[in-house]
Write a protein that binds this ligand. Sequence first.
Ligand code: ADP
Ligand code: MG
Length: 359
Amino acid sequence: MRDEEKAGKLGSNPTSRSEFDFIERIRHRARSHLKNSSLTLPPSSLLLGIGDDAAIIQQFAGRYTVITTDLLIEEIDFRLDTTTPWLLGHKALAVSLSDIAAMGARPRFALLSIGVPRAVWDSAFVDEFYEGFFSLAEVFGVALIGGDVSRTPERIVIDSIVIGDVTHGRAVRRSGARAGDHIFVTGALGGAAAGLRFLERGARLRGKRTRSTHSRMVEQLILRQLLPEPRVTWGAMLGEESLATAMIDISDGLSSDLMHICRESDVGAMIDAARIPIDPLVVNLCGRRALDPLLLALHGGEDFELLFTIHPRDLRRLPRRVGDVPIAYIGDVTKDAGHIRITEGSHVWSLEPQGFHHF
Ligand code: ADP
Ligand code: MG
């Protein structure tokens, strides 16, 4: 932002926290986190981080740069009454890490920009938000190298950018699936959508105050919505080992995201309902509430699992689990361009994409 705006801001409200101090604090936080992290690249790769007009990165020979950005808008992508600033900071980074993972790349750097109303700026929101962000950045050795701050009239706006890299030619696109490839998904599906339904029905995170087993299970589903775990290790492995022929992260819902692969690859898909890894909590809790677990797993978004295809000859090289995250084989790529079919016992249905759309 321009200096006169900053001066105006400070001048008009001398009690408000200073933007300069804020950036200085973020700058130190970002530096100490870099020093503590054993996962980061040699320091030569980041020549200049926060504090100048722009950051400078030294590129490694033989590697491609992969960049993504995600916008989170209050009341559209999140609501302050259902989440916490910490969880929001965590999620802002998680969704971008998930995109980098879906390219088969490894995340290295982040830029984070926020626009907040004055009342939010004057509260503890921003500090907690950055704590959530850094807690995830530290897990994967991602360095915060820049961002921006401004004021909005009413609602919070967040823009999260992540830069990653991958060996030349190993990035995984949506367009590489071929008929005969096998389709896999990491983890379990439907949890995030179920969590959102519970939030819409008034359930909230209560933490230690939660007593009954039932409420604890509901909380776990809510956390699948508010605290997604991006599949960073799986994604980078599937790219670097040249295993996946196509890949996407499940943000809109399995039916929609599989259709993206089909359209870009000019293929179709046949999946088996019995093989869809439905989140066990969804099976347990939602069957009783007229929320069909299979439909939540097929069309519910925001699980941030990875959906990918594998050539049959590479199946032997494919691990069945990385860390504590398993994968499930759910079906095959077909020649039937643009059509997804789903088998349920002896029935075969056409599966229409019904995932999330902003408009
Ligand atoms: P300019 O007006 O040149 O954009 P800023 O004061 O906005 O300067 O930014 C100064 C430095 O602080 C830059 O390195 C920028 O990337 C960093 N920065 C600003 N806001 C943030 C933020 N919210 N998070 C991280 N870094 C930030
Ligand atoms: Mg700026």
